[in-house]
Structures are given as structure tokens and as C-alpha cells.
Write a protein that binds this ligand. Structure first.
Ligand SMILES: [Zn+2]
Length: 254
């Protein structure tokens, strides 16, 4: 674990990682960590004009370009939008991803968020990080990757708009200053042109890209910097208990 410099973000759709945790990932990339960005679903419902297969291909390429901005490797687990299930095939595929990437630290969605796809992705990430080291858990994919040696650090990013389904704030336990990374985040978000242009056409302003500052600005105000991302650490049985992400990026207490 000591020499492992690999970080994996697992979120539901193409662009979720860019909005919710790309600031921390960009900082970790600058520190020399290898970054992997995985979306569970293809993003196939994010369109009014393309077929499911066409938009999936388009969004895969957009996510690939966004990952390249910080030199990250991009993956898609292969589920469909609104069909991210906590079921056998999706869990097997997520475990295989964790085994192949073998990260020492994983970031996923807040377990409370506005969309079930997000909440289910957080559950999949929790089980996959826990069980990836168990040799008897078979992914049935060929050739299967080796079981991992250690349970990685697991972190939950901000909920979308910082609130749960009742509109109550989902409070982070610490913040990470991303003021210097906000432009990088915007560059990554802009790679998702199919989503950005859709909103641009309807709202006449760049609502999509503006979300980066709109969501990270209030976090920054709460902790005394311009822009920040919030995080909570999974501290359940068997997970590492020290706050490695906070240590690496200088946690600002919430
Ligand atoms: Zn999403």
C-alpha cells in the first residue's frame, strides 16, 4: 500500500467526476499520483437528438478527452443511465475494475444525492472496495484481475448542489482548496460538449460550465478560500482510519 500511487474515482455518469471531485484529482495528479476516472453508466439518456448508441459513443469520447486534461485513464463500467443496479453483473464488473486499477484511494458519490444512479454507484463502490481482496469473489470476466491486497481509503464527494432528497444540506467533514484547479475543472467540464451545448441552447448562458463555480464557491466561502470541494471519509470496519486525502491535500476542517 505504501508504494501504491494509484487513485480511482467511480461515479455514475460521464461528467459527474468532473463536477464533483476533479479539483482533488487534478491536485493529486500534480503530486505525481496516477488517476483513473470511471463512470458506471454510459450516459445514454443525456440527449434529445441522438440514438442511445450514438450518444454513448460520443460521451465516451468526451469523457476520454476530459480525463486526458489531467493525464488520467478513463473507464466505463458498462451500465445504462437510470439502470445502475446494485445487482450481480454490475457488482462483478465494478469489482473487476477495482482489481484491475488496484487503487490505494477511491472517491465516489455521496451516499445521499439527488439521483438513485448516484446513490447506487456509491453502494457499488463501497462493496467493490471491500470485497476486491476476497479471492472467492469471482468476477467471471476473462482474464480476471488478481484480488487486491488492501482495502483502499474510500471517500464520498459532495452531493450534487450539496443537498439530499429532502433539500437538507449534506455536510462534508472536511474541505479541499481547489482555487487553483477551478480553471482545469472548467476545461474538463467543457469537454462534455454534448451536455454543455444542450443547456446552452435552452438557457442562452453557459449554465453547464457555470455549475463548477456555483457549486464550489459556497463551499469555499464556508472554509475561507475561493473554491473548495467537500469530502467525507468512509470509516467503517476494515477501512483505513487515517485521513490520507486530507493529509495529501491539506484538509480544511468543516
Ligand atoms: Zn450523474
Amino acid at each position: 500500500m505504501k508504494d501504491n500511487k494509484t487513485v480511482l474515482a467511480i461515479m455514475a455518469h460521464p461528467d459527474d467526476i468532473e463536477f464533483l471531485c476533479a479539483g482533488a484529482l487534478a491536485r493529486l495528479a500534480k503530486l505525481g499520483y496516477r488517476i483513473h476516472m470511471a463512470h458506471v453508466a454510459a450516459g445514454d439518456c443525456g440527449t434529445l437528438e441522438y440514438s442511445s448508441d450514438d450518444i454513448s459513443r460520443l460521451r465516451f469520447a468526451e469523457a476520454e478527452r476530459a480525463a486526458a486534461v489531467i493525464g488520467a485513464t478513463h473507464h466505463c463500467v458498462g451500465a445504462r443511465d437510470a439502470l445502475i443496479m446494485y445487482d450481480e453483473p454490475t457488482l462483478r464488473a465494478t469489482v473487476e475494475l477495482v482489481r484491475r486499477v488496484n487503487p490505494f484511494l477511491v472517491i465516489t458519490h455521496s451516499p445521499e444525492c439527488y439521483m438513485i444512479d448516484h446513490e447506487t454507484s456509491a453502494k457499488l463502490a463501497q462493496t467493490a472496495t471491500f470485497i476486491a481482496g476476497a479471492p472467492n469473489f469471482q468476477t467471471l470476466l476473462t482474464p480476471p484481475a488478481r484480488p487486491t491486497k488492501d482495502v483502499p481509503y474510500l471517500y464520498y464527494a459532495d452531493a450534487v448542489e450539496g443537498k439530499d432528497r429532502y433539500g437538507r444540506p449534506v455536510e462534508p467533514s472536511f474541505y479541499v482548496d481547489i482555487t487553483r484547479e477551478v480553471k482545469t475543472k472548467e476545461r474538463m467540464v467543457k469537454c462534455h460538449a454534448s451536455q454543455r451545448h444542450w443547456l446552452l441552447k435552452h438557457h442562452k448562458v453557459d449554465e453547464y460550465t457555470n455549475n463548477v463555480r456555483r457549486w464550489n464557491g459556497p463551499n469555499g466561502q464556508r472554509c475561507g478560500v475561493a473554491f473548495a470541494e467537500g469530502y467525507r471519509q468512509h470509516l467503517g470496519h476494515s477501512y483505513p482510519q487515517d485521513n490520507k486525502l486530507g493529509e495529501l491535500l491539506g484538509a480544511i476542517p468543516a
